[in-house]
Design a binder for this molecule. Structure first.
Ligand code: EPU
Length: 428
């Protein structure tokens, strides 16, 4: 088991290339189940979530191999093998196996999803969608059983705008008989990316990226080649890092429109941002001014950037209020930031950050993926050395984070934990 060490205070300079989007990748891999021949996906991030999903595709009979940056998935020999336990529980996105296996085999057994603990994360809207399409869904000893004689298109109104439910219902509906309409659908770029892959496979989908998605079911889907979109959350994390500790940082392979809410807030704080077609040039503010943020469904401020943004606010002048309307309990990073001398109070669903303060290096623990990113931002700004444990979360979503940051001039490295440290970590 490893930990990350960061010696703060070194300025970041140079270029960083953003990887493929994790939250697309975790849906694109299961989507390949629906094809009857080889699906090739280019530019996937090499993160542990992609490895786990590749293993799951192999468990159900698929053949998966890397050729350079492209993952080749041959789904032709896959079967409707039940996946009640094991790797399926390692990540939340394994719930996309429900929609994809139901779509192809009319049945699936999937262990209830794991993933980051951000407070309650129900999947009732996914299940409502599957049932509307004609599936019988039961929960037996922590696994979801889905079975349908036939899937029929339906009109489905989501009570909550959900990325996962929107994608899962698309996966189940593309081969259903007749027309499906998803109303109050989520509009994230990752949904468009999955719809693009499915369309290349032969699916008929209109309206992905709007709140009404129309799907006309088809009988067969075939293999294709797809290039994944860049990761807007990884890009946003590096943009925040550049605003916190950069001199002149170029973020490459980014779609600037995907980051509008973050860029608007950073400009309000005084950060200089130049937008190119696929690049952002970030230069820090002489004096960072505090702002309030409220996370909302896309195209609002993304909840996944709320935690790293909170670290940046500790350096800003004034008081900033961070409100997360998507996950009201996504504040586990705050205690760790406090250990580093941050002045933050949590009241109700908001964190109130007072600044500026000089953060101090400390021993901290990443409780989830984006909390890990928040601690790295904090560590780079802090005086002295910060030790971050809980890397299994960070490695689920950030490709080569220590290498990318070292290339920008950060002092960051990994070390093996001693047995005593591992024991302390496990008991904490
Ligand atoms: N919700 C329900 N019922 C449902 C589904 C969702 O009440 O059936 C609620 C959730 O509890 C939450 C809100 O709806 O309050 C939005 O949840 P959503 O379903 O959109 O989230 P998700 O699909 O489970 C994805 C990302 C998350 C990201 C959220 C919000 C993936 C694999 N995960 O989760 O990413 O925070 O959308 O944008 O795409 C991360 O990358 O760190 C991460 C957690």
């Amino acid at each position: 088991m490893q930990k990350i060490l960061v010696e703060g205070g070194y300025p970041l300079n140079g270029k960083v290339r953003v990887s493929g989007a994790k939250n697309s990748a975790v849906a694109l891999l299961p989507a390949a189940i629906l094809a009857d021949s080889k699906v090739m996906i280019e530019g996937l991030p090499q993160i542990s979530d992609v490895d786990t999903l590749s293993d799951l595709l192999e468990e159900i009979g698929g053949t998966v191999s890397w050729k350079g940056q492209t993952l080749h998935i041959d789904p032709s020999q896959m079967t409707s093998m039940p996946l009640p336990n094991g790797k399926v529980k390692k990540l939340r996105a394994s719930y996309y196996f429900m929609g994809a296996m139901l779509g192809r085999f009319k049945q699936a057994v999937i262990g209830l999803p794991g993933g980051c603990h951000l407070g309650p994360r129900p999947i009732d809207q996914h299940i409502k969608g599957f049932e509307a399409l004609g599936a019988k869904v039961t929960n037996e000893q922590g696994a979801i059983y889905l079975r349908a004689d036939e899937l029929r298109g339906a009109r489905i109104y989501l009570d909550v705008v959900s990325v996962g439910a929107t994608i899962n219902i698309m996966l189940a509906a593309v081969k259903a008989k007749g027309k499906t309409i998803i109303e109050n659908a989520a509009r994230e770029p990752e949904i468009i990316d999955v719809a693009t892959l499915l369309t290349s496979m032969g699916a008929k989908i209109k309206g992905a990226g709007t709140d009404v998605i129309r799907i006309e079911g088809v009988d067969t889907l075939t293999g294709c080649m797809h290039t994944i979109i860049p990761d807007r959350i990884e890009a946003g994390t590096y943009t925040i890092l550049a605003a916190a500790q950069g001199e002149k940082v170029l973020i490459d392979n980014v779609i600037p429109q995907h980051l509008e809410p973050l860029l608007a807030k950073l400009r309000e704080m005084g950060v200089s941002i130049e937008e190119g077609d696929e690049q952002l040039l970030i230069q820090p503010a002489k004096r960072l001014k505090s702002v309030d943020i409220k996370t909302l469904v896309h195209p609002g401020f993304p909840t996944d950037l709320q935690q790293p943004f909170t670290s940046l606010l500790t350096r800003a002048h004034g008081t900033g209020i961070v409100t997360d309307t998507i996950y009201q309990a996504r504040f586990k990073h705050i205690d760790e930031l406090r250990r580093m001398n941050a002045q933050i109070k949590v009241e109700g669903g908001s964190a109130i950050v007072s600044g500026p303060v000089q953060l101090e290096g400390a021993k901290v623990k990443a409780s989830d993926l984006r909390a890990g990113a928040a601690l790295i931002v904090a560590g780079l700004m802090a005086d002295g050395v910060t030790e971050i444990t809980g890397l299994e979360h960070i490695d689920r979503g950030y490709e080569q984070i220590t290498e990318k940051l070292s290339n920008l001039g950060a002092k960051i490295w990994r070390e093996e934990m001693s047995e005593e440290e591992i024991e302390q970590f496990q008991n904490s």
